[in-house]
Ligand binder design. Structure first.
Ligand code: OGA
Ligand code: MN
Length: 287
């Protein structure tokens, strides 16, 4: 296997070299990619066009793909692909306050994808079709280092605690107006509880938190939220961050078990940002 991983920034994230886009996705490649993701948290493939079919194939190499509940956000030929775009179906860029824009702006909060599920997703793959010249970067924060370097008093304060993650809560707190969820919809997303400190299969530990978190289990609401803010601020300092400046044809894969990410603002109602996303379902509950 001739794959090489070149480290990106702050000893976090790596760019993959030597992956021919036409190469068969066999067991050897899958193992190398999975090991790379475990080690680096974020992987970047740059400079090669990836077709929608190939994107789905690459995603499947990591596991089963989630299919989004909203059909209008799916790629017309590949339901596994989520068209993450500020360009409407009619070809026009969205208005700042319309639901498509509000939804996208929701990703400007630090979060980890689908942490509101009992078994949250494993990793997300985002492929850039069109990107703005400036703004619209994606920041990733390494929750292994963040936990390792968390001040001792904060570590003590969160030890053994669990966080309540709720889609109903994060939707309600989305920046911008969003249609309130019907009670029927709300029932589909019961709040879940995950440990604040997550243990991984290889024995390492990371922080597990982010924008879907509503509160600390068993703690006074306000006190808990203050603690969450304090830990989040400590965990997202620049030394834990890789900021990705997108170029067209970039594919970025991130491990949602051990990283947080957020979109940086851009002129959402003026500049086109067209991305294709696949999400690999998780297999293990959060421990
Ligand atoms: C996502 C996400 C951020 C971005 O796709 O889960 O948060 O930069 N995207 O588009
Ligand atoms: Mn996300």
């Amino acid at each position: 296997m001739n794959l090489e991983f070149e480290k990106l920034e702050n000893d976090f994230g790596a760019r993959i070299h030597g992956l021919d886009q036409h190469r068969d996705i066999d067991e050897e490649l899958v193992e190398a990619l999975a090991a790379g993701l475990n080690e680096h948290g974020v992987l970047l493939m740059r400079g090669e066009k990836i077709s929608p079919a190939r994107l789905v194939e690459l995603g499947r190499a990591f596991g089963e793909l989630e299919i989004l509940p909203e059909p209008e956000k799916r790629h017309p030929d590949h339901p596994e692909i989520f068209d993450l775009t500020n360009v409407r179906r009619d070809g026009e860029v969205v208005d700042y306050e319309e639901p498509q824009a509000v939804f996208l702006r929701g990703t400007e909060r630090w979060h980890t994808d689908s942490s509101f599920r009992e078994v949250p997703c494993l990793c997300t793959m985002l492929y850039a079709v069109e990107v703005p010249d400036s703004g619209g970067e994606t920041q990733f924060a390494d929750m292994f280092s963040a936990l390792a370097e968390l001040p001792a008093d904060l570590r003590v304060a969160i030890e053994g605690k669990r966080l309540i993650h709720s889609y109903v809560y994060s939707r309600a707190n989305n920046p911008g107006r969003m249609e309130p969820m019907s009670s029927e919809e709300q029932e589909k997303y019961p709040a879940v509880s995950h440990p604040w400190i997550r243990s991984h299969a290889d024995g390492r530990e990371s922080l597990y938190m982010g924008g879907h978190v509503s509160h600390v289990e068993g703690m006074d609401l306000d006190e808990g939220r203050e603690l969450i803010e304090e830990v989040l601020t400590a965990a997202t300092q620049t030394q834990f961050i890789y900021e990705h400046h997108w170029a067209a044809n970039d594919l970025v894969i991130w491990d949602n078990r051990s990283t947080l990410h957020r979109l940086r603002p851009y002129e959402i109602s003026a500049r086109r940002r067209v991305m294709r996303r696949v999400t690999v379902a998780g297999v293990d509950p959060v421990n």
